[in-house]
Write a protein that binds this ligand. Sequence first.
Ligand code: PEP
Ligand code: MG
Length: 880
Amino acid sequence: TKWVYAFGAGRNEGGAGMRDLLGGKGANLAEMAAIGLPVPPGFTITTEVCTAFYANGRSYPAGLEGQVREALAGLEAATGFRFGDPANPLLVSVRSGARVSMPGMMDTVLNLGLNDATVAGLAAKSGDARFAWDSYRRFIQMFGSVVLDVDHHRFEEIIDEVKRERLVTEDTALTAQDWMRVVEGYKRVVEEATGRPFPQDPWEQLWAAVGAVFGSWMNQRAITYRRLHDIPSEWGTAVNVQAMVFGNMGDDCATGVCFTRDPSTGANILYGEFLVNAQGEDVVAGIRTPQPLSKAAAKPGEVSMEEAMPEVFAELLRVRKVLEEHYRDMQDIEFTVQQGRLYMLQTRNGKRTAAAALRIAVDMAEEGLITREEAIRRVNPASLDQLLHPTLDPSAKRTFLGKGLPASPGAASGVVVFSAEEAEARAQKGESVILVRIETSPEDIAGMHAARGILTTRGGMTSHAAVVARGMGRPCVVGAGGIAVDYAAQTLAASGHVVRAGETITIDGATGEVFLGSVPMIEPKLSGEFATLMAWADSIRTLRVRTNAETPLDAETARKFGAEGIGLCRTEHMFFEAERILAVREMIMASDEAGRRRAIAKLLPYQRRDFVDLFRIMAGLPVTIRLLDPPLHEFLPHAPEEIAEVAAAIGTDAEAMSRRVADLSEANPMLGHRGCRLGISYPEIYEMQARAIFEAALEIAAEAGAAPIPEIMIPLVGMRKELEITRALVERTAEAVFAEKGARVDYSVGTMIELPRAALTADRIAEVADFFSFGTNDLTQTVFGLSRDDAGKFLPTYLEQGILAKDPFVSLDREGVGEMVRIAVEKGRRAKRTLKLGICGEHGGDPASIAFCQEAGLDYVSCSPYRVPVARLAAAQAAL
Ligand code: PEP
Ligand code: MG
């Protein structure tokens, strides 16, 4: 087996395509050398050696030693130096390099090959004894701490001692003699700590360093990191051994790191820093302040590389161009300058912010480096959500309070309030408030709207708070179980802090974290690149993207973000406004149909107005309006004092209301008297809603401009007969309105598919439906038999134990729920070829679920307004 691959000096046995075998660093060193960039020669010991090492009880495979000796001989031939030769010593660096960069492992040993004899040779060859002894002490220090496990403080103490004696404070003030004394001290420290003298044999040094790299693959930090990032331990790490170049040989030497573009904004500039006369670890150690590379980035007093080393800078610019053209992506590189010559030590694709990823993708496509399709592929759709909301300043200090689920992105600070009314009252006075509830209900809508952010201690990703907050674009954290809310005391308690109503907290809806006080934020800026990428995405995707919205504001926001209609208008959300909730409650309290009709008549004008607004905003685009869905008890008060108050307001007595509340209470309301079951028991409710829709549609149709496209949707249908009955009611109402007004509009009637029975009998249901919209929130709930509102209690355990890979209320469960969708699509389309198919559960805004929708052959997805751009991009990726 070949265990060792050479790179550099005209002998490249590897390449970028071999990262599994050579690790990221080794593969790219070979690649850079192969495309003619200046790379000091070296060789890579493969990841297979690491795997074999552990498979064979920590022993190396036969043949490895011979191959390493051969490679080292090659290195000697290429450089003209010899390993361990006191007159002309070859020095090497030893670095780890896994397939993916992995903190927690042994990183780097430099200057390996130095000993008491070769240090003299290095001094003589370089003509700089100070440099040679400084290099030697660096080597002992690095080797001592990372290979021999000597506490690094012990080395620092020695330097401090020498500095004290010499009355100097800077390392740079130490002479060759001083470094010699430091080396003596270091060797003493090593011998004391390990019971053996510092190894003088370069070959022994090399094997120990290689062994340390492989050993670090199984240290606790590395194991933990792998577990958190799903990196299999079979991957192993490679080891790179490379001829040293020196950045610390004088003022024409330097070391540095840079990105080929700005990793935080994506701007097309060389972005990085360097240190003159220094070795790699000095940049990281922070002893001296690194200087910027380009003059434009230099602050007063700083000297850029562009000014200090113009020729090297020009070379670096050339290398940058070569690298970007070759890798076709932004690179993160490490380099060293030795006596005015640039050497490349590493390159890899650079990490970047969401904003930078977007800008770089679009810029590179426009520069012709990549195709538009590639640009679309490179931006993570979920990250767009971040760009539309404020985010916490990453450098800001913060005091952690607790953590819940990241239900709706964005960060918000405000004073704590514990009720929706208080939220409205304080917001009216111009205060920023965070509404904190154990959980929210439809009654809280206005308060949620008034709040800057919402925090609940109970509930999952499709709980009321999560769904509504996402729809409004309010940052929201749900299910923060570690935070104790006490409504009576008006406090929340967490992490040893007690926060009273009126005190300030900050929530981060992108991470689920909650902090004490107000944490500084960065406001979002929508760049031109955003619009460009969206336009490219639109030209590629085949899925349409609609929005879930019921208020004019949300509908407008969604249109601004590119929504192509409304896929779900939850009409119950319209029932909670101050005046109309009275009429709703009157309707529920009415003892007979006549009473109900009187109350409902009061609601009609409100509903008509709502729909007029939506049709106008969405003129020419489909608007799917779902008739009333939730169980009626959700509209009634429950606390005794509230019952009394509400009873008085609608002129009935508290006792009757209490009785009605008790009547309506159900053991399992999610499976109870809701959805089309309501419309069948109380047809006058659906009739009023249908009338409001048709009257509004006729009003808009009469205006100049695009015609309304109403789609009436019946919720929670499980049997064909349910849809037949409710559909007939809608059609009768339509004909009545058309006859009264002497005009008609086109409309369609469809159903949600959110019960297993509906999916399994979709062929029968399709015969009476114009469209299906998959209500995957309820469908997930009913397919799994998993309560949307209670799953938060045990889902985290399921995720931890790997019983579920992802929260099925966030990302559609392809295996079970997905199968149900496929069955319904297949049966539905077979029965009616023209059946329109969409999804309006929360999954409509989740990229992985959108990919599923594409595969399943749906026509559109519908999601909350702020996720419309996410869905447009995800749909484009799904179509590629
Ligand atoms: C659903 O069940 O997926 C849905 C969209 O309806 P709701 O969330 O209002 O129950
Ligand atoms: Mg539903």
